[in-house]
Unconditional design. Sequence first.
Length: 317
Amino acid sequence: MRLIYSGILFLIFTSICTAQDDIVQLKNVSDTILNTKRQLKVADPLDVVKTMQKLFPGKVYTLSDYNTFISWNCKNCKTTLYTDVNGVEGDQNFPYERGVATRLLDNIDYSDSKGNQFKLLLFNHSGYDEDGLQTGRFSGGLIGLAKFAKNANIWEMRSFQPAIAAFGAFSQAPKPKLVEIGQDQYAFILVHSNGGAGGAYFGYLYLIVGFDGKYQPLMEVPNFTLSNSSSSEWSSSYKVVTDNNKKFFRDFVITTTGSYRKAKGTEDDYEVDMPVEVSAMAKTKKQFNFVIEKRLSFNGKWYNITGKPVVKFSNIK
């Protein structure tokens, strides 16, 4: 009888321990984690996960091939409000009260015209979850950044910005793309897209630039893409203009190509808000194709549309 009783206790203890092991644990860290003047040197080749853990020294979890993250909490950190471009569930107070999960968003290598080598590590912060999940349709992933420069066999951190702004859906920011916007002046572009369940997804283009001592959005282009709509769809491309004699903050040309078909008014087929350049045509015609080309210039604070957009229509009915 004692053996049976002991066996039952063992099974209960084992199941409790196993359940506890399955729960993602938080590690308390110092408020120095947010110090933008921190210094860090890493030997080449730079291990991105180990480097990320040096910046955010929490517990590392690998729950699947695409779900490696660091779980941490900072009780003494001063929180700051960061913009969430979704604008639905409010902006994000970071670090989060219940803890943080930090993932590597991207690892970008590039060189300037003099052959200097740089590395951008971009991070995705989301709220702590016991199962290591990312949730919230209208909650973006909060992006952070660390920039390294190579000196002989050492990577030296030149700038560190734990958080910039939040983009994307389900606490996952879209991957950025590096873009040269001036002579050895590099920024990154990302396309934020979101929408209601079963509804249309509108995409916005953002340009993130190191400016005035920090990385920040300096351009927002609405109606960059539209998907998951039975009535209309469009996509866009961008081009940096190199013939305007601007050394830095060069102009952009955005070209949007799409189609429109008047909605039937059914549950799955409803009108969407068209780009302002073609909205008048949508009020009088049943269908058409369109191309919109517009130019944006930097005015010292923000990229704005300059001149009148060029619009071409075809297949009008």
